[in-house]
Ligand binder design. Structure first.
Ligand SMILES: C[S@@+](CC[C@H](N)C(=O)[O-])C[C@H]1O[C@@H](n2cnc3c(N)ncnc32)[C@H](O)[C@@H]1O
Length: 246
């Protein structure tokens, strides 16, 4: 599937408005597993999109350069950014402390992306993915079953997450990974907009997408009649260290 699905005003707007942020514990784990304090670190955030991960890193004191191929996504980010392919980064060897992929590595070439990240990063390469935790709520599991008929839908995580850990290990990195659990409190409209921002929904005929969204609204409101949802979430984080942090 092409990443170009994100480079459209409607998708970028839905993405920025409704995709979940990452919990504080994720950034703590990134710092711990990479052996790198985020405060003052120079980070290249590849597949930065609208800047959800880049802003999270900056809030913790990192200096971030956001890199993405989708101009419509990067337009939502007001910090330093570059239109660039993560498989061929326009940065000098060892010019960053960390290279990160938040919710993004699965769009890149599994080998050349890691080779490039290792060339640019002095300390570590890291990838993470937020997903709903279907094991913690029956209503979420039922939601996933309903979505399973949508072409391109590949489950709550959307992909074989530890693949990044394997790719890092094969490239010679010292890999550490962790699941971080958290809870998202979110209004029904944001939950549904988030659903719309996924690539499998963005590719549907708009009338079919509207129909699916309305079906989800009806089903989810049965569980949360007031429209305030409590969503169990989890983040998978993999960090590949180049060696002892300086
Ligand atoms: C799901 S979004 C993740 C955005 C953000 N990091 C976040 O945490 O929400 C994935 C992003 O990866 C970008 N992308 C896909 N392939 C890419 C590539 N080869 N180089 C750079 N960015 C790419 C897409 O344009 C999209 O903005």
């Amino acid at each position: 599937m092409s990443h170009l699905v994100f480079d459209a005003p409607r998708v970028a707007e839905a993405y920025d408005a409704a995709r979940p942020e990452y919990p504080a514990a994720l950034y703590d784990a990134l710092s711990e597993l990479s052996g790198t304090a985020l405060d003052g670190a120079l980070v290249v955030d590849v597949g930065a999109g609208t800047g959800i991960s880049s802003r999270g890193l900056m809030e913790r004191g990192a200096r971030v350069v956001a890199a993405d191929l989708a101009g419509h996504m990067l337009a939502y980010f007001s910090g330093a950014s570059v239109l660039a392919d993560g498989n061929v980064l326009p940065f000098r060897d060892g010019s960053a402390d960390l290279v990160t992929y938040a919710q993004a590595w699965h769009w890149l070439d599994p080998k050349s992306s890691i080779d490039e990240a290792m060339r640019v990063a002095r300390h570590a390469v890291a990838g993470w993915w937020n997903s709903v935790d279907t094991a913690k709520a029956d209503w979420l599991a039922e939601c996933q079953v309903r979505l399973s008929g949508v072409p391109g839908y590949t489950g709550p995580e959307g992909r074989d997450l530890p693949a990044i850990a394997r790719a890092m290990a094969e490239a010679g990195l010292d890999v550490h990974d962790r699941w971080v659990h958290w809870t998202r409190h979110v209004a029904i409209e944001t939950f549904l907009t988030n659903l719309r921002s996924h690539s499998y929904m963005a590719r549907l005929d708009p009338a079919r997408a509207d129909e699916l969204i309305e079906r989800e609204r009806t089903e989810v409101l049965r569980v949360f009649p007031g429209g305030d949802l409590v969503v169990p979430m989890r983040v998978y984080l993999a960090v590949g260290r180049k060696g002892p942090a300086e």
